[in-house]
Design a binder for this molecule. Structure first.
Ligand code: SF4
Ligand code: SF4
Length: 361
């Protein structure tokens, strides 16, 4: 997704990935020239090292909502770009709304996925989702999917029970972007670095997810150096686990304690009991960003996410804290008795970007 500057950049990342012991590559037509560049790199690999090429697992994705014929054409184009006769994994890209699930399990998508597997063009089918817990539960229970890609993060463990349930059913679980969407952990603020010392925050985040049994981490490498940490964690033997030793577990406990200490009685426990809000305010998501900014110094990340609200369609929240009408409905539902409207107003003050200066007029 990120090594899309040139074919050379993609080839360098693929080479570094193989050297790091990585054998699962995930991409999508929605990532600009990614599939085309990856296809070039894969063809070169096939010529030079056919055995290594044969060991790779490749995943790509199709956006939901298209007709059977369009989906068939899009899948053939994916295979053509990647230079593959068969895609190991095909995911529904962004199963974020009930209509997407319906498309994939009862609509044209269901027919498309059946056809793709029946023709031998696809090994297994899955989905990626930024949707609600209830929707992901329904998707997992449909029995239609062999893997899922979810937002699972050290700083956002809300979906870990879903992941555990999926793993228990034999459904593979890929953690989406622990480095970037998990808190821009490749560029940690000083407060976070100090709390995690002597370990890098990203190392603890990776190890935390692996310790939870997550099948695959998506590393989102833009350049070969982005894979150095993963290579170091895997080690020369790449023997699985234990992923967290005593010192790393102690560092995670210190990190949690430091965040709790800074937030004090204003820490949102993320229980979601305050919902639903009549104005559609996603209270836990907004207070999670406040938790991260105040508790862990993740101000830049929290600002970035906050200011994306309402601008990313069904990929992220629609309403920010300014939608709170102070009706008070949520207050008696919060087991921590948090002053939710005040905390939301504080979140908005801390994170809302100042209006951009207009260049003209
Ligand atoms: S006080 Fe604000 S956040 Fe709480 S339910 Fe009312 S509008 Fe929603
Ligand atoms: S009920 Fe309170 S603690 Fe729970 S998510 Fe809502 S604001 Fe946070």
């Amino acid at each position: 997704m990120r090594a899309t500057g040139s074919a050379q950049q993609m080839a360098a990342v693929l080479t570094a990935a193989l050297e790091a012991g990585i054998w699962h590559i995930e991409t999508a037509p929605a990532y600009g020239p990614a599939e085309r560049f990856l296809g070039q790199a894969l063809r070169t690999l096939q010529q030079r090292h056919p055995q290594r090429h044969g060991q790779l697992v490749v995943t790509s994705k199709l956006l939901p909502g298209v007709s059977l014929e369009t989906g068939q054409r899009q899948l053939r184009e994916i295979l053509e770009r990647l230079g593959l006769e068969r895609l190991h994994n095909l995911a529904v890209h962004g199963l974020n709304r009930p209509e997407h699930l319906h498309w994939a399990t009862a609509g044209p998508g269901a027919e498309l996925l059946r056809w793709a597997q029946g023709e031998g063009l696809v090994g297994q089918v899955g989905f990626s989702s930024h949707g609600s817990t209830a929707l992901i539960e329904q998707a997992l229970a449909s029995g239609r999917f062999a893997f899922c890609s979810l937002h699972l993060h050290l700083f956002d463990p809300t979906r870990l029970p879903l992941a555990r349930a999926a793993l228990a059913q034999g459904i593979g679980v890929l953690a989406i972007s622990p480095a970037d969407k998990g808190g821009r952990l490749y560029d940690p603020p000083a407060m976070l670095q100090a709390d995690c010392a002597p370990f890098a925050p990203l190392e603890l985040a990776y190890r935390f997810l692996l310790d939870q049994g997550i099948s695959t981490l998506s590393l989102g490498a833009a350049q070969p150096s982005d894979l150095a940490l993963a290579a170091a964690i895997a080690g020369p033997s790449a023997a699985p686990g234990p992923w967290l030793n005593a010192a790393q577990r102690a560092a995670l406990e210190r990190l949690t304690g430091a965040g709790q200490g800074r937030l004090g009685a204003e820490r949102c426990g993320q229980c979601r009991a305050c919902l639903p809000c009549p104005n559609g305010v996603p209270i836990p998501e907004l207070l999670r960003l406040r938790n991260l900014a105040v508790g862990h110094g993740l101000q830049a990340f929290a600002e970035e996410r906050y200011n994306l609200i309402g601008r990313a369609g069904h990929w992220w929240e629609e309403h920010n804290a300014s939608a709170c009408g102070r009706c008070g409905d949520c207050l008696p539902r919060c087991p921590l008795q948090l002053p939710i409207p005040e905390l939301l107003a504080d979140t908005h003050r801390r994170l809302a970007a100042p209006p951009r200066r207009r260049l003209w007029g």
